[in-house]
Design a protein around this ligand. Sequence first.
Ligand SMILES: *[C@@H]1O[C@H](CO)[C@@H](O)[C@H](O)[C@H]1NC(C)=O
Ligand SMILES: *[C@@H]1O[C@H](CO)[C@@H](O)[C@H](O)[C@H]1NC(C)=O
Ligand SMILES: [Zn+2]
Length: 420
Amino acid sequence: MRAITLLLVAVNLTVIYGLFISPEMIEQRFDGHSVYRVKSSSEKDFRSLVKLFETDTMDFWTMPRRGGFTDIRVNPEQNFHLLDFFRNNSLSYSLHIKDIEGIVESERRNNIKLKTGGIDWKAYYRADEIHAWMDSLADFYPGLVSVVSIGKSSEGRDLKLIKISKGGVPKPTIFIDSTFHAREWISSAVSTYVINQLTTNSSQYKFLDKVDFHILPLVNPDGFEWSHTQDRMWRKTRSNHGSSFGCRGVDPNRNFGYQWGGSGTSSNKCSEIYKGPTAFSEPETAALRDYISHSGTDFRAYITIHSYSQLWLTPWGFTSDVPADYNELESLAKRGAQVISQAFGTQYQVGSSTNVLYAAAGGSDDWAKGAAGIKFSYTIELRDTGHFGFILPANQIEPTAYETWQGLKYVANSIASDLI
Ligand SMILES: *[C@@H]1O[C@H](CO)[C@@H](O)[C@H](O)[C@H]1NC(C)=O
Ligand SMILES: *[C@@H]1O[C@H](CO)[C@@H](O)[C@H](O)[C@H]1NC(C)=O
Ligand SMILES: [Zn+2]
């Protein structure tokens, strides 16, 4: 009886998802989805949360964090289980966001209203719009800007990178990327702001006499588009690795080939932190690796922009050990974070990923430092600290971008003055 029921259920699911209504056509709704915020006050709390994290069944918006908060999204079916877990482990928690659907819908309505003809920093824009704008900059500033595609995503989108250089011989270069994780919309809004500053105001920035910038705003354009059209909470790429449950995508920030597959990663194809079948299984991560390794550029900094939590993180993410030159990395990050706070008081915490958060092997910053040998390798987790989380209102784009730009200019100035 039981076997027959299960079989029927399986057949039904196949019919629903496989034949009549392809999942591509149903937009993901978040009715009754909640975000809980839980505090790790002790090592025991932290360990309990890590245990839950490792069961790989819930969407952790932020990683377990010693002495800090962790935000976890649950659907209505998971709600009871999570509360049970909190009580069993005496964790103190609060209901942080009650109905994600309402927030997602109002974000969508607002964004339509706020959008103008071109790119600005008052609304969130789509992959095609960002890419077309980059091309237009290359037309407008031919002596300063060039745009290349460093490869294609799984779904065939270009991975467009913009090079900003005052010309002459290629200079030591700062590499910036964003939108590894699809739902972190603010990240590409910040990198496009940086591009805009460096191009429209290039004469103001003396450090451009010493350094070039290579910026890849959309590392994961497929996931980014998916998060705009189908599932606002999408995080991973959109590749197909043959999951029997139809789960798609790999966490590109667990897919890099430096200590790949270590702590804080998953082999479960449905997991939000699925590391992929092999290191660099994703065309997006492979393209980034190939570009950094083979473009012949002297990269001095690798800065990957994520959200959220307001953290300026250094390697390593695979171990709680820190690199030999950690003091230098930390000191520059601390000064950068200080400069950020001078704009509007936004506070960033600085430290190594594993020590501030929890281990996450296979990250691009670890690879940039450990394999590509780029000295100043950082992950910046932008605003906020969780009030809005991934759904950062559009009226925070400009201040977020402005303050981050102050920190990044500080890095550029430091690197440029070291070169004199
Ligand atoms: C909580 O504890 C009860 C009693 O030990 C157990 O049956 C239940 O499975 C636990 N729930 C979770 C989510 O750990
Ligand atoms: C360029 O710099 C000027 C002067 O600092 C500033 O007012 C202007 O907003 C900048 N342009 C852009 C695109 O931010
Ligand atoms: Zn991220």
